[in-house]
Write a protein that binds this ligand. Structure first.
Ligand code: SAM
Length: 312
């Protein structure tokens, strides 16, 4: 007899959300303030805490434009955020910059300011996420990267490097002398993807774009889920938005719990989950290479009146 998969759950009760996770629902969304949910969650119940919090940069969901309020919100949830991660589990914060006319504050500095006093966790990587598109600055270089801080709980937090290897630059390269002469010099399963990740961001024409104003791409969350949580583990995103972390978790056969104050965003997340089940969800596969223009496209040719191209 085929057992049917438990249903996804959307609820505004933190207790019902936690019960739904315990009952095995693969995708649970709490519509409300994540601080309320975090306070109810058991210590050590989460394998991977992964999130991108509001940057307080004037989006519809930001209640302030002040970076001091960013600190205030992160400080308020920090003790419960690290408490709910199991020893051996992981926490990943994806953030960019708080920008004003005259100043930039890298928000990972702010996150680390809050968490560095927490001796139960260790900073394992500061990952740079670079991407090709964004607004064009006139008074500074255009911003084309954001950051991810990966913290492990305890000394040896979960890390599955083999699950996220990428193709070697020269897969056929061999040792040409010494005891290993003739053997391939690189790992045949691919190389470590390093702490600089090139993944397209979700702009207007990206296949994953929803009505949410600030999604991160599924491939970014998927790499974190693969490397930093075991199959069947619980992935938690307190600022769930359009449900990207949850979709990545489901693609990788992990269970998911998320929270968002906006019912509209919660419904987008539920709809994306339904589309994933129906195999109709559009998404960019994690292993698709970044498009490089061949030079033959009309738009890749330099128009003759662009004078600066003639210099060497
Ligand atoms: C940067 S977005 C996250 C986007 C998400 N990573 C995605 O790919 O769609 C931050 C989200 O946090 C939500 N939010 C803001 N304050 C919240 C709170 N106190 N509790 C839960 N969610 C909150 C906002 O509604 C917004 O959707």
């Amino acid at each position: 007899m085929m057992l049917s998969k438990p249903d996804p759950v959307l609820t505004n009760s933190p207790v019902s959300a936690i019960e739904a996770v315990r009952a095995g629902s693969p995708f649970v969304i709490f519509n409300g303030d994540c601080a309320t949910l975090l306070a109810e969650m058991a210590s050590g119940c989460v394998d991977l805490f992964v999130t991108s919090p509001p940057y307080f940069m004037g989006k519809s969901y930001d209640w302030s434009y002040r970076v001091e309020d960013f600190y205030k919100d992160v400080r308020a949830i920090a003790p419960n955020a690290s408490r709910i991660v199991r020893v051996g589990g992981n926490m990943a914060w994806q953030v960019g910059y708080h920008v004003t006319d005259s100043n930039l504050l890298p928000l990972d500095f702010a996150i680390h300011d809050v968490f560095r006093a927490d001796t139960s966790i260790n900073l394992r990587n500061r990952i740079i996420w670079q991407f090709g598109h964004g607004t064009h600055a006139k008074r500074r270089f255009s911003g084309r990267h954001e950051m991810i801080l990966w913290y492990g709980k305890g000394k040896n937090s979960y890390f599955d490097l083999d699950s996220v290897r990428v193709p070697q630059k020269y897969p056929g390269k061999k040792h040409y002398k010494g005891p290993r002469k003739g053997e391939y010099s690189g790992n045949p399963n691919g190389k470590n993807p390093s702490d600089v990740w090139d993944i397209p961001n979700v702009k207007a024409k990206h296949v994953e774009k929803t009505a949410h104003p600030c999604q991160f791409p599924i491939a970014l969350a998927q790499r974190l889920v693969r490397a930093l949580s075991p199959t069947g583990g619980l992935v938690f995103d307190p600022f769930n938005g359009s449900g990207t972390s949850g979709i990545a978790a489901c693609l990788e056969n992990r269970q998911f719990l998320g929270a968002d104050t906006s019912i509209d965003f919660c419904e987008i997340a539920m709809e994306r989950y339904r589309q994933l089940q129906a195999r109709t969800l559009p998404y960019r596969p994690i292993d698709r290479p970044i498009l490089q223009p061949s030079g033959r496209e009309a738009v890749a040719k330099t128009p003759p009146h662009f004078a600066f191209q003639e210099q060497d």
